[in-house]
Design a protein around this ligand. Structure first.
Ligand code: IPD
Ligand code: CA
Ligand code: CA
Length: 273
């Protein structure tokens, strides 16, 4: 079966299983800190996806947030990058506003991506080189905006952190307003739809951004780190997603002047990129 079609089928099937079990009691555990949580549903969804993908394509590789090939050191061959539930805190607290995110790379090149907003039954998807869609509807190209008339998506946790708040606060102050949604994959999709104009965050992992990157780029948006460098989907990085004009404005007028500090943060936090 065509890999893109298989991707769309399997992500919807995984979402259907989550919807079926949404009211069942959850088994919740902490990971790196007490607010970094994982549930049995994150794990079973990743296992379901992984088993099905490898049954269909035994020579493909997988990077999954909850453990599958997480520390892959090369993107040779076909690699599926999976976040089984992006927005786990939303999933636990709200039972909505979370997504499954899957990006496929072939020999390091983006091939296809899908993000499934499970409870709203919205499937965002793209085969790179073709149009991006929400369900069966093509997503139109993004319009340029200027910061003064833009809505910026940014997790407020970054805006209260010393050093980082100095970098971000002028962007927020000069914008029309800020929003925070709690799922990086959906934050990417709101930029892709023009519901927000930029998404700014200091640290995402490949599974948070792999699919979003492809869908935003397909509608003419720009995705880089905050040093205006392209992303390497093997590594975590800072993120700036925006329409073309706004991306340029944020980099040149706001982030460039903090380049030394940002460079230091990148060197300290990220092994690459
Ligand atoms: C998190 C969400 C959140 C973002 C975090 C991610 P998870 O993913 O996307 O919006 O701010 O950086 O780690 O842990 O819910 O899959
Ligand atoms: Ca995530
Ligand atoms: Ca996750």
């Amino acid at each position: 079966m065509d890999e893109y079609l298989f991707l769309l089928n399997i992500i919807k099937e995984a979402g259907h299983k989550i919807r079926q079990d949404i009211n069942k009691p959850l088994n919740i555990n902490a990971k790196s800190n007490p607010n970094d949580l994982v549930t049995n549903m994150d794990k079973s969804t990743e296992l379901f996806l992984t088993e099905n993908i490898l049954r269909q394509y035994p020579d493909h590789k997988i990077i999954g947030e909850e453990g599958q090939g997480k520390y892959l050191s090369s993107l040779d061959g076909t690699v599926w990058i999976i976040d089984p539930i992006d927005g786990t805190l939303n999933f636990i607290h709200q039972k909505s506003n979370f997504a499954i995110s899957i990006g496929i790379f072939k020999d390091g090149h983006p091939y296809a991506g899908a993000i499934y907003d499970v409870m709203n039954n919205n499937l965002y998807h793209v085969k790179v080189g073709e149009e991006a869609y929400i369900n069966e509807t093509m997503i139109p190209p993004l319009n340029d905006t200027q910061l003064s008339e833009s809505i910026i998506s940014c997790n407020p946790n970054w805006l209260v952190k010393p050093v980082i708040k100095e970098i971000y606060q002028d962007i927020i102050l000069d914008s029309r307003s800020a929003r925070s949604y709690g799922s990086a994959a959906l934050d990417f999709m709101y930029v892709a739809l023009g519901k927000t104009d930029a998404y700014l965050t200091l640290r995402l992992h490949p599974w948070d951004y792999a699919a979003g990157l492809m869908i935003v780029e397909a509608v003419g948006g720009i995705v880089t780190n905050q040093l205006n460098e392209s992303l390497n989907p093997l590594y975590a990085n800072s993120i700036l997603v925006a329409n073309k004009a706004l991306h340029h404005e944020i980099i040149t007028k706001y982030l460039n002047k903090h380049q030394d500090t940002l460079q230091k943060i990148h060197t300290e936090r990220f092994s690459k990129g």
